[in-house]
Design a protein around this ligand. Structure first.
Ligand SMILES: [Zn+2]
Length: 99
């Protein structure tokens, strides 16, 4: 599993993000294809890609566009504005950094 291969997922996501404002269905299809590819190749998604895909509707998420991120109780709360799906991601790496 080389990091270089995983870079491809990032580009895939970027492309889907660009398509999203123009054609949501098409963008979702691109994400679905990416997940299908992942299943076939078993090349795991890097976390920074996984995080920006809505598990429910497969939309590529872009902060400020169709994604709202909030923090709550040491969790990141991701709200997909397309389907209102909420996912919570605990962040354990960063401990109190002021604020
Ligand atoms: Zn969604």
């Amino acid at each position: 599993m080389k990091p270089a291969k995983q870079e491809m997922y990032k580009e895939w996501l970027e492309e889907a993000r660009e398509v999203h404002p123009i054609n949501r269905d098409c963008a979702r299809k691109m994400v679905a294809e990416m997940l299908e590819f992942k299943r076939k190749t078993r090349l795991s998604l890097p976390s920074y890609v996984k995080r920006f895909i809505c598990k429910k509707c497969n939309s590529p998420l872009t902060p400020g566009r169709n994604l709202r991120i909030r923090t709550k109780n040491r969790h990141l709360v991701y709200l997909c504005k397309d389907c209102r799906h909420i996912s919570r991601i605990p962040y354990t790496k960063q401990k109190k950094t002021g604020k």
